[in-house]
Design a protein around this ligand. Structure first.
Ligand code: SF4
Length: 453
């Protein structure tokens, strides 16, 4: 596990809005409020389902990120265990390296995982724990990879944490294994975390076109498959600019071409499948993809007909992060929904440009979060529905605004052709839900009762 050259920070890949030539900006106070870098690293790596994930720090850090996402597993569940060294006051004074070593030994002996990821946190980084040395010693002694993930919360935002996790995969995992000779080689899906099972819908679709997934980075992944990710023929970066650096480095190191794509909406899905076949330079595969996408699109058009009738002309405020802000707009447009307000607080300049390509001139951009700001847009633009992350759900409920959850905590899969149909159904159901009217009516005890009855 010799260290390899670290990729230079690149503003675009860090998800910042600084020009390309500048490095990642210094974190601003409060930047980690929507999730710290440690949290971001866990978002990227926890979907490696058979690996153990050990948080070196106070138990509260583990609690911050544990079980808060809808990433699903088709088998192993070890990654859902909340391992933490649970440092206390005396560990902070005398050091926690002994505790870390004991924790690694316990996990290896009790669970025999294929690998252990060890995460630094603000506390362990500030007290100067030599996590790399402890991991190296334990890995050599136990004969399994013990991988340090140096992404303490204070270094910046969730996006930066995604990026640092990608660096850890490049440095310690990718290229360390080889697939069985008969393993079909195809596409690595980078940044697809199998939220609500979206990866399964995508995989089914790809398999129907004869395209195999080489490594899932990292939705419903197994550790071994990521070790041979360098053998894939194409990398697709799915809705995650933070992992663009990983794809770029794999291109320069292993010659794997990459593209950015999305599976939200029929058009984006068709484009992504075609792009895979094109980059694999396989004419027969291109023909298969064309046949599949034509068939799926015409079936979907039939299935969507009743929902499009209801949704046509409805107005939505979309408040989500980064790439999803523009890719979900495409899906909504296909359903006839007009986006009258869109959040841009977690978007890069490139994301904002793509949003602008997809919305009208009169769409309001919401640069900063906060329930009151979103509500203002909903009211001023007379929006029919709010599409946002789970934390805004309670605002929508209190204000009696139809709502659907689009973020990583969601329980519905919206990717691919099937996903678009599901999105249409969810929007329709939410708009038709009588609860919004009921919640808006006065409580019985607030109603005036006439005296002369
Ligand atoms: S790593 Fe730091 S910012 Fe993140 S949860 Fe722990 S203490 Fe908070």
């Amino acid at each position: 596990m010799d260290p390899v050259r670290k990729v230079d920070f690149d503003s675009e890949a860090c998800g910042s809005q600084t020009p390309k030539s500048k490095p990642c900006p210094r974190p601003k106070p409060g930047e980690a409020a929507g999730g710290c870098s440690f949290d971001g690293a866990q978002i990227t790596l926890l979907p490696i389902m058979d690996a153990a994930h050990l948080v070196h720090g106070p138990i509260a850090c583990a609690g911050n990120s544990w079980e808060s996402r809808g990433t699903l597993s088709s088998g192993p569940s070890l990654s859902q265990y909340g391992f933490a060294t649970d440092l206390n006051d005396s560990d902070i004074i005398f050091g926690g390296e002994k505790k870390l070593k004991e924790s690694i030994d316990y996990i290896a002996g009790r669970f025999a995982p294929p690998a252990i990821f060890v995460y630094s946190t603000c506390v362990t980084a500030l007290i100067g724990e030599d996590m790399d040395a402890v991991c190296k010693e334990a890995g050599d002694r136990l004969g399994i990879p013990v991988i340090p993930v140096n992404s303490p919360g204070f270094v910046g935002s969730k996006n930066l944490g995604n990026r640092l996790a990608g660096d850890a995969l490049l440095q310690y995992v990718i290229g360390t294994g080889e697939p069985e000779p008969e393993t079909p080689l195809g596409v690595n899906l980078i940044g697809e975390y199998n939220i609500a099972g979206e990866m399964w819908d995508i995989e089914k679709l790809m398999n129907s076109a004869g395209i195999s997934v080489t490594s899932r980075i990292t939705g419903d992944a197994r550790y071994q498959e990521i070790t041979w990710a360098h053998r894939a023929r194409v990398n697709m970066v799915v809705c995650s600019r933070a992992l663009l650096g990983l794809a770029r480095e794999m291109e320069s190191r292993y010659g794997i071409p990459f593209f950015e794509g999305s599976f939200y909406g029929a058009k984006e899905t068709t484009y992504s499948l075609r792009q895979m076949a094109y980059l694999m330079n396989d004419r027969e595969m291109e023909r298969r993809v064309d046949r599949l996408t034509e068939r799926e699109e015409s079936r979907l058009a039939q299935d969507l007909r009743p929902y499009r009738k209801i949704l046509k002309g409805k107005k939505a405020v979309l408040y989500t992060g980064g790439v999803k802000s523009w890719s979900v707009i495409s899906a909504l447009k296909e359903l006839g929904v007009q986006v009258v307000g869109v959040g841009t607080n977690k978007s890069t300049e490139d994301d904002v440009r793509r949003i602008a390509d997809r919305v009208g001139d009169d769409t309001e951009y919401i640069p900063e979060g906060g329930a009151s700001r979103i509500l203002k847009t909903v009211r001023e633009r007379k929006a029919d529905i709010m599409i946002a992350g789970g934390r805004n759900m309670y605002v929508a409920m209190k204000e009696q605004i139809p709502f659907i959850d689009i973020n990583q905590e969601r329980h519905k899969a919206y990717a691919g052709y099937e996903g678009l149909l599901r999105l249409a159904k969810e929007l329709t159901y939410s708009l038709a839900n009588p609860i919004w009217k009921l919640a808006a009516s006065s409580a019985p005890w607030d109603k005036e009762v006439p005296y002369d009855r």
